[in-house]
Design a protein around this ligand. Structure first.
Ligand code: UD2
Length: 296
């Protein structure tokens, strides 16, 4: 598919005048490499939608539901239909070992769902980690012909408010809600130099959540390919990074900076009380009983 075309802007759209003096001052809305950090109040949803809608984009959304995690699909899909990329073409790719347990959810016009069967596993670490490989091979096989952008999301989650075109970018990552108030030496990066996910104590920008990777299909393709290769290299040396693919993702993003960063509004956790800088929770991980839901 062709890359995203020039922005065609509709004439005579009326919106609030932007200011260079007045705006949010309680949060940082740009990284030191000048990528936006997306917070409520830093964008005009009507304006951004009007910029992206004429491009006729298709957004791929991958989600893994292996073993008992199929139970999360219904809420995930139903809330996505309400809040995720409303008005855009969306293609869901559901990876599961239990295709018969995929619920049938009413999809709005222009939205499709395909189920792709993948093997189960007895180790949750492996399920989590193999996502990189499966996303990589599915991009090769079909997604690169079927979509412009891709978002890869955790299934044990729900949408609560708009997640729209403001999140589109070349390479998009989300700040993990658990660590954004901490100093970099406290981040749970992989700290053993023997791992290819290693990050030294005096490096690191943010701690990014593994529950979301997004961007142009080709940029996410490269990311998944590199992370998969490094994960396998580690496995060959009998080492598994502290937080599996999340560790490899963090290492990748340290040296391949994201072009857009989503604030923790886009990845909250239901057990965590809302903080004052988070004006709206858009997407959050549900509370789950790890011992009961995981295979081991
Ligand atoms: C964190 C990350 C997750 C991943 C993991 C690394 C956040 C909020 N979550 O979540 O993205 O980086 O740590 O280990 O950043 N899955 C299944 N079946 C299983 C187990 C997992 O389908 O039996 C899939 C499912 O899509 C799930 C995802 O893998 O959403 C992540 O696994 P998790 O939810 O067990 O990981 P968790 O909550 O520790």
């Amino acid at each position: 598919r062709s890359r995203v075309r020039n922005m065609v802007f509709p004439e005579k759209l009326l919106y609030k005048q932007p200011s260079v003096l007045v705006g949010r001052t309680d949060v940082v809305a740009v990284t030191p490499w000048l990528a936006p950090i997306v917070w409520e109040g830093t964008f005009d949803p009507v304006l951004v939608d009007n910029i992206y809608k004429p491009m006729n984009l298709t957004i791929a959304t991958t989600v893994f539901a292996i073993g008992k995690y199929v139970r999360f699909l219904q809420d995930f899909l139903e809330t996505a239909e309400e809040h995720f990329m409303v008005g855009f073409h969306v293609r869901y790719y559901v990876f599961t070992d239990r295709p018969h347990d995929v619920p049938s959810v009413n999809l709005s016009q222009g939205r499709h769902l395909s189920v792709i069967q993948v093997p189960g596993s007895n180790r949750w670490q492996e399920i989590s980690a193999r996502r990189m490989e499966i996303i990589q091979t599915t991009i090769e096989r079909q997604i690169r012909r079927e979509a412009d952008y891709i978002f890869c999301l955790d299934v044990d989650s729900k949408f609560h408010a708009r997640w729209g075109s403001e999140s589109l970018g070349r390479l998009v990552a989300v700040i993990h809600p658990g660590y954004y108030e901490q100093t970099r030496d406290r981040f749970p990066y992989e700290r053993r130099p023997a791992s290819t996910a290693y990050i030294p104590m005096d490096e690191g920008d943010y701690y990014y959540g593994g529950a979301m990777i997004g961007g142009f299909v080709e940029d996410v393709y490269t990311l998944t390919k590199v992370c998969r290769t490094r994960f396998e290299e580690d496995a060959g040396n009998s080492i598994e990074a502290a937080w599996q693919e999340e560790s490899h993702l963090n290492r990748y993003l340290l040296y391949n900076k994201p072009s857009k960063v989503l604030s923790p509004e886009y990845l909250w956790q239901d057990f965590k009380a809302k903080t004052k800088e988070v004006k709206v929770i858009r997407f959050s991980g549900v509370i789950k009983n790890y011992a009961e839901v995981r295979p081991n």
